[in-house]
Write a protein that binds this ligand. Structure first.
Ligand SMILES: [Zn+2]
Ligand SMILES: [Zn+2]
Length: 298
């Protein structure tokens, strides 16, 4: 195991995929910041379609001078690559403006050249193939995209993640809103990440994202994830069940007794067991409402 969550116990709440009036969203960047602040967010990324966000230019002095929330610059690009496969890609970082391009391969290469943190957005909604995930150097994929439920019910993309983790276990899983904040689909605060970082700055959050020291959630929280030897101990908000998930059908679970809930539990990976042979293991929890949270591979 990587002992990924061994650092600080300070977690920052963030959303990595939000649209504003800079593209097809219904609220201005300032209004989006104010809204997310009311739900306890420490940071949000503004990721409009084909618009590289620039803090001073796009957020304005009034909001930026009084803000107590970190705003990460980002962009979402989309299109077909040279194989004709359709992608939406969210990138976080400081970028030059980009024009809508016929060739998605070259747009992704431009973002990579500018040190982007690259997220494959809503692959299930887009109709991506499993192997599409491995064609580009994505740091993460959206395992949950909140607006996709409203659009076509395809919010959850866990099979893409598990399929890829068998080949590379450094791909992180993100839950995001993809909020547009429009009357016809007003959904927000439905999926987010909790990031374990040394401080709340663009550099420290992006560094933590690259290190994968975060988990994705639609509700429940991990307070502590401790790995020692072959033992994993966890403290969480009250949940109904937890799974330690490995490749294929490998896995094990902890289930609350009838009428009770769990918040403190552990798993031991027995030497020689299927999970000990798995190329990755990750934790997943579910609360009474059926809401879930997912760690990155441990
Ligand atoms: Zn998209
Ligand atoms: Zn989007």
């Amino acid at each position: 195991m990587k002992h990924r969550y061994a650092g600080t116990d300070k977690w920052y709440k963030g959303n990595t995929h939000i649209h504003t009036t800079l593209s097809d969203g219904g609220k201005s960047p300032g209004e989006a910041v104010a809204l997310y602040r009311t739900a306890g967010y420490d940071f949000i990324a503004i990721t409009d379609h084909w618009h590289a966000f620039h803090l001073d230019q796009d957020l304005g002095e009034i909001v930026s001078s009084s803000r107590d929330m970190l705003v990460l610059p980002g962009i979402e690009i989309d299109g077909k690559d040279e194989l004709g496969h359709y992608y939406h890609v969210v990138a976080l970082g400081d970028f030059e403006q980009m024009e809508l391009s016929e060739n998605l391969d070259s747009s992704i290469a431009r973002l990579v050249g500018q040190n982007a943190y690259l997220i494959l957005a809503h692959p299930y909604w887009s109709g991506n193939r499993m192997e599409d995930v491995r064609r580009y150097p994505f740091h993460a994929l959206e395992i949950y995209n909140h607006v996709a439920a409203w659009l076509n019910g395809k919010s959850l993309a866990l099979p893409y993640w598990d399929d890829t983790l068998r080949h590379r276990d450094d791909l992180s899983g993100i839950a995001s809103d993809d909020a547009h904040l429009l009357p016809q689909h007003p959904g927000w605060n439905g999926g987010w990440i909790m990031v374990q970082a040394d401080g709340l700055s663009q550099a420290s959050i992006l560094q933590a994202l690259r290190a994968g020291t975060f988990y994705a959630t639609t509700g429940p929280s991990f307070h502590r994830i401790h790995t020692e030897g072959n033992r994993i101990t966890c403290k969480t908000t009250p949940i109904k069940q937890a799974w330690l998930v490995g490749e294929g059908y490998f896995g094990t679970r902890a289930v609350a007794a009838e009428g009770q809930l769990l918040s403190d539990f552990s798993f031991t990976i027995e030497p020689g067991s299927q999970l000990a042979r798995s190329s990755y293991v990750r934790l997943e929890i579910e609360d009474e409402q059926g809401k879930r949270a997912w760690t990155n591979p441990l």
